[in-house]
Structure formats: structure tokens, C-alpha cells
Write a protein that binds this ligand. Structure first.
Ligand SMILES: *[C@@H]1O[C@H](CO)[C@@H](O)[C@H](O)[C@H]1NC(C)=O
Ligand SMILES: *[C@@H]1O[C@H](CO)[C@@H](O)[C@H](O)[C@H]1NC(C)=O
Ligand SMILES: *[C@@H]1O[C@H](CO)[C@@H](O)[C@H](O)[C@H]1NC(C)=O
Ligand SMILES: *[C@@H]1O[C@H](CO)[C@@H](O)[C@H](O)[C@H]1NC(C)=O
Ligand SMILES: *[C@@H]1O[C@H](CO)[C@@H](O)[C@H](O)[C@H]1NC(C)=O
Length: 946
């Protein structure tokens, strides 16, 4: 306060010196303004002229006066960058009619008694500041003449004071985008003058009260983005003057109330992202003034009524993300509609364009339905079309050449269909194209050079097709290009040097093609991640001067005296081509290399095997029956319904409701692909739910579903069964059997001395994991992420391999991304992950298995970080073997309850599995035969080794 005392003094002097035209009242107002000025920070100097030197405050910027009364009646300083607490001095300006300070940086609470102190105030606008704290309960206690109030875009909390329902002169109340909670005050609909009520973007909850009077003046009602639940009030249609009604993004259930049909003046109906169900009512056509209709993201089913065509002014219709069926309604092309989306429904049939189509469409989104047939050529006559998304349907045939005439087309997405033919050269005519996505089709032929004329192109995706030939050099003309995905095609030749001209490029994926030669010279290509280039005939960059040939790290040879490892010749490359003979040979050669160690006889072999046979018999393979169902959504999540699919038996609903899945307390663990939670199916069956965190990389629902179904067929005693999955575009869950025994990592590294795993248990686990892996490989599934935390123990202590094959759910990924996803698997990762010229096969799992076996025997982590050293387990064991002191490596907690002769062959097997060169590793079938031999040599035909 001391700060303004001199100013005040000066002001008083100035006022005294002024002539008698300055009334006392005005002097009071001037005082209040100067105090206001001193209370706020004014970095832009907007209030610079508010000085005591200037005795005509009515000409001060932002100040308005009533000349006759000689009072300040308006204060208007929008976007003046004022900050600081809302000054109390305002309360002194008691002649104000209008107070308008929006888009400043004012903080603190709304002044209690603001309306009471300013009895003549008609308009109050404090929107877009940083006002905080609860709305004072007495704010509306005396509202007198107030007509419009906006406190929108602040940080106000608490309830809306019920007294607002007594402000009978109120025309407009805007409290949007705050943090208000609680219900809508009763009686608010009865405010006789209220024309506009905006409560959007708060946390208001409860059901919306009814009681809309016939006499309602309401023109605009926005309740969107709150937590309202229950049904939409049945009598909302009584407010017959409504022009705009937004109920979107709440949790409304039930159907659209019948009374809505009376809203013949309504231009906008927003009901998107709720949980509304039932059919889309035909009476929507009676709301004939409708210009915008948003019913997206609900559970509407049935066919889209033709009667919507009666809304002759309809410009935008969003019916996406429902469960609508039937054909695309004719009126999509019949009305002067500009934007239509029916994406994410179950519409089917051919897309038919009538001859007399109204050609007004700007945006057409038919993606993620079941449309079939060809792309109608007439669609290219929609010269105004800017956005066309036909992706994820079953559309076949070729892209019509007429596409070249679509001069305004900015986005074309036809990916994930069954298109054939080639990319038409006419595409070059679509000069406005920014995004072109044709990935995941069956396109053949070459990339036309004319694509270089699409000079606005930012993103190009032709991946997952059968496109051949070279990458055209004209791509180098597209200087706006940022993201190019040509992966998974049959492109050959070299990368054109012109690509070095692209200044904004940050994704250029040509992996899985037949490309060769040098990379272009540019900053981007000098630093291009390897996974964009992997699996080609031979791409090399000048920077990495050694990467052209097939470079492999030096193989580590177990026995320095045997320069060639016989395993490398005898190991068949695919598991299906293996013969019994070969296995025997490999076994014997392996043991031979390993130095002819004597093999001890496992003591418990027979009993354990018997137990396993019995257990397997009691686990008949369940029939795989698909059942579709919908999981009821938790309100906190995406309100669109997702698809829950369970394989085999099992009640397809979670007893705890959707949100329990995401409950931290139920979290079992976390991995590179996501967190795992425990929950219970309605039938009482516990399951483990994996929530994938890499959802943005999951390519399409169909892709995902296809891959998950492959994984679900992996039924084996040593594999964690995949029970089902849940899909929405933003959330993917995998549902596994829950295993009570925890994971192997815990047992090895977090257990106390007393309950450590015994020697026999460890041996059983090694064999079980080997069996599980072999089963996966026999069915063409590579695990990719084997590690001790992915081996779970069931109630009998039997190991089950989990988290297998997740990489196949992520078709956009290849191993390099993968390797970052599974960083936690450090130490288990085969060296070829780092080597782009070598294909990743199931041999990478063999490597991981070898590390795991060593880990189980030694009780040490694959990589250990000591104070000034990093210990890699394989290297440690390998040098211990060379120095003849393997005993020192064994887990001390085993307390010598085993014979070293039993352990040595397994350790050697582990070392062979971790050979640097994949072909030097045995396959899992061979590993298993070796283990069986180690365990009971007299039972197997392995006697030739001795
Ligand atoms: C608002 O004030 C805060 C600090 O009080 C400051 O960091 C911020 O830049 C200001 N914003 C504007 C738009 O003036
Ligand atoms: C409410 O205020 C916000 C922020 O000023 C504005 O964007 C919105 O349009 C207003 N609502 C109405 C109905 O005028
Ligand atoms: C096309 O639709 C699909 C599915 O609805 C969506 O994932 C994709 O992002 C859309 N494409 C574009 C370019 O917006
Ligand atoms: C496009 O690129 C080609 C070859 O790279 C070049 O010959 C041609 O002049 C370029 N066209 C334009 C319009 O820049
Ligand atoms: C690319 O493949 C085609 C056959 O598909 C072949 O005719 C052509 O010579 C190849 N080009 C290069 C540069 O290898």
C-alpha cells in the first residue's frame, strides 16, 4: 500500500488544483483507478497515461464515463497483459455498468460482493485470466441488473452457487473451462431471460435436472466436456428456441429424448462421445434447421435413417464410432453436405454415388467399415473434396485415374484395403495432396515418377504392398516431405541422390525391400536409424564405412583348438527341415566340442516326466470359439465401445468393470510392451491383463486381431495361454491366464536363501522353457523377448513362457525399435539385433535361452553393474570354463546340492546357445534333445556319444 501513497498524494494535489468541473464522485473514481493501477503489473504500459498529471480520466485508455453524471461507467482492458491479483479497488467504481478485463493474467479469487458493490453493473467479463479458488457463495446474492457474466477460462473451483438461479435479469452466463464441480443448480432453467448458458469444460456431475419451461428463452446451451451422467432430460425440447445444444463428451446414457424433435430452430446438435444407445431416430429429420449433427462415439446401432435427408441445410454429419449397420445412406451424396464421417461403424455394401450427386463435399470419412467393391470413379468428380479416408475397409480394384483431377484434395487415405493395380501416374495432378496413404494393399507396379508433381506432399505411405522397381528420383522435388514409408515392398535399385535435397525429412523407412547401394549424402541420411534400412539387399552409408558387407562380430569359439564348429554345418536353418539323424549328430558333436564331459544321470527324471504327462492330459486343447461382446466402458476412459474377444471358454466380462484394469493396486509388473494387471473374470477366473503401451504403433485392428489369433493358438503346457484381447483404437489389452507363482526373475534374484529354487526345480525350469520355446518355433512364432521376468511359474512350480510374439503385433516396428522397447532384456539380446544385414530368426530366442540357462544355474543377472566394471554373464562363465573353475560360477545358494558333472553340460549348452553367429547355435529341438540326454542318457539313443 505504501507504494501508491505518493501517487495518491500527488493526485489529491492535482484534484485540488483542478477546476470545479471535477466532481467529488469523479475524484473518487479517479482514486479507485489509480489504486487499481498500482495493484496490477502492467508490462506493456497500457496504463501509462493513467497518471495524476492527467486530470481527465474519462480520456484514459480503457476508461469510459457518463458525461452527465460525471462518473466512470465502463472499464475495458482486454488482452492488456495485466497481471497480479484482481484489485479490490474495483469495488469502489460503484457507477460501473460494464467491467471487461478478459484475456489478461489476473489471479486471485473473484472478489466476494463484486456484484453487490457494483449495483448498476450489467456486464462482467473476466474470461481467460488466472482467477482461482472457489466461486464466492455470495457472488450472486444481489445480482440486480446483471445481464451477462463470463468467468470462462479461469481456474475457478467449487460448486456453482445456487443463488445464480435468482439472477432474473441474466441473459448469458459463461462459466466454461474452469474446474467447477457438483451439480447444475436447481431452477436455472426457469431464469426467464437466460438465452445462453455455457458450462462446458468443467467437472460438473450428476444428472442434468429437467424442468425446462415452455417459456424458456434459451438459445444456446453447452454442457459438453463434463461428467454428467444419466439420461438427457426428457423435456429439453420444451426450450423451443434452442439453436445450439451441445451435450457432447459426457456420460449420458439412454437414447435421444423424443422432445428434441420439436427443436425446429436447432442448428447444432452435439451428442458425441457419450454412451447413448438405441437407433438413430428418424425424427431427426423434423429438426429441419440442423446444420451440424454430431452423434459420434456412442453406441447407436441399426441403419442410418433416410429421413435425415429432410434436414436440407445439413452441412456436417458425424456418425462415426458407433455400431451402425446397413449401407451408406444415399443422402451423403445428395445433400449439400460438406463434411461427413461414418468411420468406425459396421456399414457394408458398395459405395454408390448417384448420378445427380450434389458435389459440395469437402470431407468424407468412410474408414473402418466393411465397404466393398471398387472406389466409385464418380467420387473424383467431387472437385471440392479435400479429405477422403477409405482406409480399413475391403475396397478392391484400382485407384481411379480421375484422382488426378482432384485439385483440392489434401488427404487421401486408402490404406488397409485390397486395392490392386499400380499407383496411377495421374496422381501427379493432385497438386494439393499433403498426405497420401496407400499402405497395406496389394499394389504392384512401380512408383510413378509423376508423384514428384505432388509438390505439397508431407507424408507418403506405400508400405506393405508389392511395389517393384526403383524409388523415383522425382521424390527429391518434394521439399515439404517429412515422413516416407515405403517399407515391406519389392523396391530395388539405389536410393536416388536427389533425396538429399529434402530438408524436412525425419522418417524415411525403406526397410524390407531389395534396395542396394549408397545412401544419399545429407544430414538426415548420415544419421538415419538403422531400422529404417534393415532387411535390404545391401544399403550402405559412407559414414558407416564398414556396413556394406555382411559384417558379423567375431564369433566366439568355445574350444580355441577347433577352428570350425561342426554345429554350424549341421544346424538346419528352419525347424521344419530337421531330421532325427541330424539331432543325434548335433548332440554328439556338441558334447564332443564341449570337451567330452561325463554326463551324470538325473535322479528325478522319470517321476517328473510322468507328472508332466499327466498334467498335459488333463489340459485338453480347448476349441477356439470366437465370441464378440462389448465391454462396458468405465467412464474415465474412451467412451467409444471396444471389442472384447475371448478364445475358448470364459465369461467375456470383467467382474470389476473396465476401470479396475487400470488400477495401480492391481498392477503385477511392467515391461517394454506395457504394464500387467491382475483382475477377475465374472466367472471368478483370475486373469492377467497386459495393457500395451505401444498402441500407436499397432497398425490396424484387423492386423492386430489376425496376429493375436495366431498367438492364441499357442496352447502348450509351458506357455502362458492367451485368453483373449480387448481392442479400441486407443487401448489394447491382452488377457492371459494368471499364474500365482510369480516370475522366475523374482525367484532367482529376490528370494531369500531358504526358499531359493532347488537344483531339480532349476533343471525342470530349463527343460520347461526349452519345450515352450520349441512349441512356439514349431508354430512359426519367434518370442523376441525371452528373459527371466517373462518366465512365470504356475502353482506346481512349472515354468510357463509369457510375453511371446508381441513384436508381431507391431508391424511398424522392426528389431531396432524393438531392441529399444525391450531394453530391459539387456544381456538376453542376441548380437544380430545390432547388425542390420542379418535376418532375425528364432535363433535369437536360442541366444536368450542360453543366457537364461546360465542365469538359472549361476543365480547371477545377465549383466551386472559393479562399481567400476560391467560383468557380462556369458563372458564370465566362458572364461571360468577356460580356466577350469566353473564351480565358482554356480549359485552359492545351491550349497552344493548337485553334482558338478550334471551342471557342466548344461553350462556348455548355454554357452553354445550364446554363440555370436546365429548359425552356430543349435535350434530348440536340438537343445531339448541335448537336455533330455543330459538328464537320462541311458534312455535315449545318445550312447554313441560316450
Ligand atoms: C502471466 O504471469 C505469469 C507469472 O505470473 C508469467 O509467467 C506469464 O508469462 C504471464 N503470461 C502472460 C501472457 O503475460
Ligand atoms: C464462453 O467463453 C469462452 C471463452 O471466452 C468462449 O470461447 C465461448 O464461446 C463462450 N461461450 C459462449 C456460449 O459464448
Ligand atoms: C483414416 O482413418 C483411419 C481409421 O479411422 C485413421 O486411423 C487414419 O488416421 C485416418 N487417416 C488420416 C490420414 O487421417
Ligand atoms: C523434378 O525432379 C526431376 C529429377 O530429379 C528433375 O529433372 C525435374 O526438373 C524436377 N521437376 C521440377 C518441377 O522441379
Ligand atoms: C529390379 O528388378 C527388376 C525385376 O523385378 C529387374 O528387371 C531390374 O533389373 C532390377 N533393377 C535393379 C537395379 O536391380
Amino acid at each position: 500500500m505504501a507504494a501508491f501513497a505518493p501517487a495518491l498524494l500527488l493526485l489529491l494535489l492535482a484534484a485540488a488544483a483542478a477546476t470545479a468541473t471535477t466532481t467529488t464522485a469523479l475524484t473518487d473514481d479517479v482514486l479507485a483507478l489509480v489504486v487499481f493501477k498500482t495493484g496490477v503489473a502492467d508490462p506493456l504500459g497500457r496504463l501509462a497515461r493513467w497518471t495524476e498529471d492527467d486530470d481527465r480520466p474519462c480520456s484514459w485508455p480503457g476508461v469510459g464515463c457518463d458525461a452527465r453524471a460525471g462518473r466512470v461507467t465502463s472499464l475495458s482492458l482486454p488482452a492488456a497483459s495485466l497481471s497480479g491479483r484482481l484489485p479490490r479497488a474495483l469495488l469502489r467504481l460503484d457507477a460501473l455498468l460494464s467491467l471487461s478485463l478478459p484475456r489478461n493474467n489476473l489471479s486471485g479469487p473473484v472478489l466476494p460482493g463484486l456484484l453487490a458493490s457494483l449495483p448498476r453493473l450489467r456486464s462482467l467479463d473476466l474470461a481467460s485470466n488466472r482467477l482461482a479458488a472457489t466461486v464466492p457463495a455470495d457472488l450472486f446474492a444481489q445480482c440486480r441488473d446483471i445481464r451477462t457474466i463470463s468467468l470462462a477460462h479461469n481456474e475457478l473451483s467449487g460448486y456453482i452457487p445456487p443463488a445464480v438461479a435468482s439472477c432474473s435479469s441474466l441473459l448469458s452466463l459463461n462459466l466454461s473451462s474452469n474446474r467447477l464441480a457438483g451439480p447444475i443448480p436447481d431452477g436455472i432453467w426457469s431464469l426467464p431471460s437466460l438465452r445462453s448458458l455455457d458450462l462446458s469444460g468443467n467437472s460438473l456431475s450428476g444428472s442434468v435436472p429437467g424442468g425446462f419451461p415452455r417459456s424458456s428463452s434459451l438459445r444456446a446451451l453447452d454442457l459438453s466436456r463434463n461428467l454428467f451422467a444419466g439420461e438427457i432430460p426428457a423435456d429439453v425440447g420444451e426450450a423451443a428456441l434452442l439453436k445450439s445444444l451441445d451435450l457432447g463428451r459426457n456420460f449420458f446414457t439412454g437414447g435421444l429424448p423424443d422432445s428434441l424433435r420439436r427443436l425446429t430452430a436447432l442448428r447444432f446438435l452435439g451428442a458425441g462421445s457419450n454412451a447413448l444407445a438405441g437407433e438413430v431416430p428418424a425424427w431427426i429429420g423434423e429438426m429441419w434447421s440442423l446444420e451440424r449433427l454430431d452423434l459420434s462415439g456412442n453406441r447407436f446401432a441399426g441403419v442410418i435413417p433416410d429421413d435425415i435427408a429432410k434436414c436440407k441445410n445439413l452441412l456436417e454429419a458425424d456418425l462415426s464410432r458407433n455400431a451402425l449397420t446397413g449401407e451408406l445412406p444415399w443422402w451423403v451424396f445428395g445433400l449439400p453436405l460438406q463434411r461427413v464421417s461414418v468411420a468406425g461403424n459396421k456399414l457394408d455394401g458398395w459405395v454408390k454415388v448417384p448420378g445427380d450427386a450434389a458435389l459440395a463435399l469437402h470431407v468424407l470419412d468412410l474408414s473402418s467399415n466393411a465397404f466393398s467393391g471398387g472406389i466409385p470413379p464418380q467420387i473424383t468428380a467431387f472437385a471440392g473434396l479435400q479429405f477422403l479416408n477409405l482406409s480399413s475397409n475391403s475396397i478392391s480394384g484400382q485407384l481411379p485415374a480421375g484422382i488426378g483431377g482432384m485439385r483440392l484434395l489434401e488427404v487421401l487415405d486408402v490404406s488397409a484395403n485390397t486395392l490392386t493395380g499400380s499407383v496411377p501416374p495421374e496422381i501427379g495432378g493432385a497438386v494439393a495432396l499433403r498426405v497420401l496413404r496407400m499402405g497395406d494393399n496389394s499394389l504392384t507396379g512401380r512408383i510413378p515418377a509423376q508423384i514428384g508433381s505432388c509438390s505439397s506432399l508431407v507424408a507418403l505411405d506405400l508400405s506393405h504392398n508389392d511395389i517393384t522397381g526403383p524409388i523415383p528420383s522425382t521424390l527429391g522435388n518434394l521439399t515439404s516431405l517429412q515422413a516416407v514409408d515405403l517399407s515391406q515392398n519389392k523396391l530395388n535399385g539405389t536410393l536416388p541422390v536427389e533425396l538429399s535435397n529434402l530438408p524436412s525429412l525425419h522418417i524415411f523407412d525403406v526397410s524390407h525391400n531389395l534396395l542396394s547401394g549408397n545412401l544419399p549424402n545429407s544430414r538426415f541420411f548420415d544419421n538415419i536409424p538403422d531400422y529404417f534400412l534393415s532387411d535390404n539387399s545391401g544399403l550402405c552409408s559412407s559414414r558407416k564405412n564398414n556396413s556394406c558387407g555382411a559384417v558379423m562380430p567375431k564369433p566366439i569359439v568355445l574350444n580355441p583348438n577347433s577352428s570350425s564348429n561342426p554345429l554350424s554345418q549341421s544346424t538346419p536353418s528352419s525347424p521344419s527341415s530337421k531330421h532325427h539323424k541330424k539331432i543325434i549328430l548335433s548332440v554328439s558333436t556338441l558334447i564332443a566340442i564341449a570337451g567330452g564331459a561325463a554326463i551324470a544321470i538325473g535322479v528325478i527324471t522319470v517321476t517328473v516326466l510322468n507328472r508332466r504327462v499327466r498334467a498335459a492330459a488333463s489340459h485338453p486343447k480347448p476349441a477356439i470359439a470366437l465370441s464378440d461382446d462389448y465391454l462396458s466402458q468405465s467412464p474415465e476412459n474412451d467412451a467409444s465401445s471396444g471389442k472384447l474377444v475371448m478364445f475358448g471358454k470364459g465369461s467375456p466380462e470383467f467382474s470389476t468393470g473396465g476401470h479396475a484394469l487400470l488400477n495401480k493396486d492391481c498392477e503385477l509388473g511392467r515391461g517394454g510392451f506395457g504394464a500387467v494387471y491382475k483382475t477377475v473374470l465374472r466367472d471368478g477366473q483370475p486373469v492377467a491383463i497386459k495393457k500395451l503401451t505401444v498402441s500407436s504403433l499397432v497398425k490396424s485392428k484387423d492386423d492386430f486381431e489376425r496376429q493375436v489369433k495366431v498367438l492364441s493358438k499357442m496352447r502348450h503346457h509351458n506357455i502362458v495361454t492367451l485368453r483373449g484381447f480387448y481392442w479400441t483404437s486407443s487401448l489394447q489389452l491382452l488377457i492371459y491366464d494368471y499364474l500365482p507363482g510369480g516370475n522366475l526373475h523374482k525367484h532367482l534374484h529376490e528370494c531369500t536363501e531358504e526358499n531359493t529354487l532347488s537344483w531339480m526345480e532349476r533343471f525342470d525350469i530349463i527343460i520347461g522353457v526349452a519345450r515352450g520355446l520349441m512349441h512356439l518355433h514349431q508354430h512359426g512364432v519367434v518370442h523376441y523377448n525371452l528373459k527371466s521376468s517373462n518366465v512365470l511359474l504356475d502353482s506346481n512350480g512349472e515354468p510357463r513362457v509369457g510375453d511371446y510374439g508381441l513384436a508381431s503385433l507391431l508391424p511398424m516396428l522392426d528389431r531396432y525399435v524393438l531392441s529399444s522397447k525391450i531394453q530391459s532384456a539387456l544381456g538376453y539380446m542376441a548380437p544380430e539385433f545390432a547388425c542390420k544385414t542379418v535376418k532375425i530368426t528364432e535363433k535369437c530366442d536360442v541366444y536368450g535361452f542360453g543366457v537364461l540357462a546360465l542365469e538359472i544355474l549361476t543365480g547371477r543377472r545377465p549383466v551386472e553393474y559393479l562399481e567400476d566394471d560391467v560383468v557380462v554373464l556369458c563372458d564370465l562363465v566362458r572364461s571360468a570354463l577356460e580356466e577350469g573353475r566353473l564351480e565358482d560360477c554356480m549359485d552359492p545358494r545351491l550349497c552344493g546340492e548337485f553334482a558338478m558333472e550334471e551342471a557342466i553340460p548344461i553350462i556348455k549348452l548355454g554357452l553354445v546357445c550364446t554363440s555370436q553367429v546365429p548359425s552356430n547355435r543349435p535350434d530348440m529341438g536340438e537343445v531339448l534333445s541335448i537336455l533330455d540326454v543330459v538328464r537320462s542318457p541311458q534312455d535315449s539313443p545318445g550312447d554313441e556319444m560316450v
